[in-house]
Design a protein around this ligand. Sequence first.
Ligand code: GAR
Length: 205
Amino acid sequence: MPLRLAVMLSGNGSTLQNLIDHVEDGALDARIVCVVSSRADAYGLERARKHGIPAIAVPRKDHSDAASFNAAIWRAVREHEAQAVALAGFMSLLQIPEDFVNRIVNVHPALIPAFSGHGMYGHHVHEAVLAYGAKISGATVHFVNEQYDNGPIILQESVPVLEDDTPDTLAERVMAKERELYPKALQLLAEDRLHTEGRCVRIRS
Ligand code: GAR
């Protein structure tokens, strides 16, 4: 049975599109059962609808506190009987129910723990990498805990930072790596091959 996957996002949804493409190609043995957005105007919702995936807006600004926002988010996920969650540019901090510990995965456009944490998303990350003068960056897929970009690392690969890079050219190289690693990590989850010991994720052969 394919893994029943919910995707959470807040914006454009190119990460969602990549997952949809991998599912449709048969490279990812999952079914995307719903897409939940923390913004009503996220283009990712439109992408979901185009593929017949239930698209639900749970605007963060409609909720006065994190608890009621999280209750609404998890209600949507449970209504669609998701077994796991993929974050795809989801910009709010999640509260994690007990039964979803190590069932929520995120992709970050840098080599965690560098250039990560609160406020480090999208272009901010690539600007910070270039300003620091780092010679490599990369993509990280990790389990989500209740801190930004902090949970156990599943897959991580580097890309070079080139002398003449701009945030845009670096973002493009990192995004290509994200597109490769994220479906691969989710496929390992779908095959139940990820075993977590403390902070360390072992991949069963
Ligand atoms: C992706 O590059 C993802 O790595 C990043 O947000 C982008 C979402 O793009 N996530 C983070 O920075 C998490 N800290 P998208 O809306 O086009 O999918």
